[in-house]
Design a protein around this ligand. Structure first.
Ligand code: ATP
Length: 304
């Protein structure tokens, strides 16, 4: 459903240019539920905002279904946002109306988009486990319940793609688990493709595929060893997920900074291929410790 190749985003202000995405490659299948992790400033939100049509890419390829988000016109973008994507943020509840009921909050955007469907609004609140609270004013609901109202609203336009930016950032663990199980249900029963950006590694540990972004590029991918992981993992460990280094079409990959630091590699490295493995070593004569263990990775990109 989503294909990004060499995606670049440059933010320009009067004095400086920030390259937030520097050739990001990622493929996300229709019907997938996956997570994106990465340090602060790595470009996660930028990527999600581009997918959501809130920001324009600068270069590269980014396609969502039949939509080409690089070439899309402003008019088409309005259509895309209205019909294809739903968005959830960490503090979504701030955008809700506190003196309206949960149900009225879900109905309101439906009215504004000319697709008023009260039965569907009720069904959405049932899906997020709030059928007993739908007639309560928003100010009478807890933070976690308000976040679930926000999830219901994000589905009001029946999106095929749901984008969630730190959806559990301001809720407790129990509510975070509940939110994840709502996502899993929506994904399974409605087939909605869901992309979650999160700092919460315990949440990441509960999804089948996690992609790590570093410095505006995809660096590694973690695939659940047990495909039916389904919310049962207790953390984000190598026991549950196998890590793969991501290579782009040209064969470029990112070597983790910790490995480079350990071998004191800076700028140049030696690379050897023995028919089975590719070895990256500190260049002879430049390394502080020439006997340091080599980093190895197989041709298929599996990190060892
Ligand atoms: N509107 C903007 N104008 C200028 N620079 C921006 C803008 N938005 C983001 N950036 C910069 O782009 C880079 C990536 O930011 P982004 O918000 O995508 O990171 P992130 O991984 O989501 O971080 P966090 O986890 O802290 O939310 C950062 O250096 C950030 O300062």
């Amino acid at each position: 459903m989503i294909t990004c190749e060499g995606l670049v985003k440059i933010y320009k202000t009067d004095e400086i240019e920030v390259v937030a995405l520097q050739g990001l490659n990622i493929q996300i299948d229709a019907g997938e539920l996956m997570a994106i992790i990465g340090n602060s400033g790595s470009g996660k939100s930028t990527f999600l905002n581009i997918l959501g049509g809130l920001d324009r890419p600068s270069a590269g390829q980014v396609k969502v279904g039949d939509w080409d988000l690089l070439k899309i016109t402003d008019k088409q973008l309005v259509d895309y946002k209205r019909h294809t994507v739903g968005f959830i943020w960490q503090n979504n509840a701030r955008n809700l109306v506190s003196y309206l009921t949960a149900l009225e909050n879900v109905e309101m955007p439906m009215m504004l988009s000319g697709k008023y469907d009260p039965a569907y609004a009720k069904q959405l609140l049932e899906w997020v486990g709030l059928s007993h609270r739908m007639n309560n004013k928003l100010q009478e609901l807890s933070g976690g319940e308000q976040q679930r109202v926000a999830i219901a609203i994000s589905l009001a336009n029946r999106p095929r793609l749901l984008l969630a930016d730190e959806p559990t950032g301001s809720v407790d663990t129990k509510t975070a688990d509940m939110i994840l199980s709502i996502f899993q249900r929506l994904n399974k029963e409605l087939g909605v493709t869901i992309v979650i950006v999160t700092h919460d590694l315990s949440m990441a540990g509960k999804v089948g595929r996690v992609v790590a972004i570093r410095d505006g590029m995809t660096s590694s991918e973690f695939i659940a060893r047990n495909p039916s992981i389904d919310g049962t993992a207790t953390g984000f460990t190598s026991e549950d997920h196998e890590e793969y280094v991501v290579l782009d079409r040209a064969g470029r990959l990112q070597v983790p900074k910790a490995y480079l630091t350990a071998l004191q590699i800076d700028g140049k490295a030696s690379m050897e291929f023995d028919g089975e493995k590719i070895m990256i070593k500190a260049p002879k004569g430049l390394a502080a410790d020439e006997d340091a263990a080599p980093i190895t990775s197989t041709v298929g990109g599996k990190a060892k």
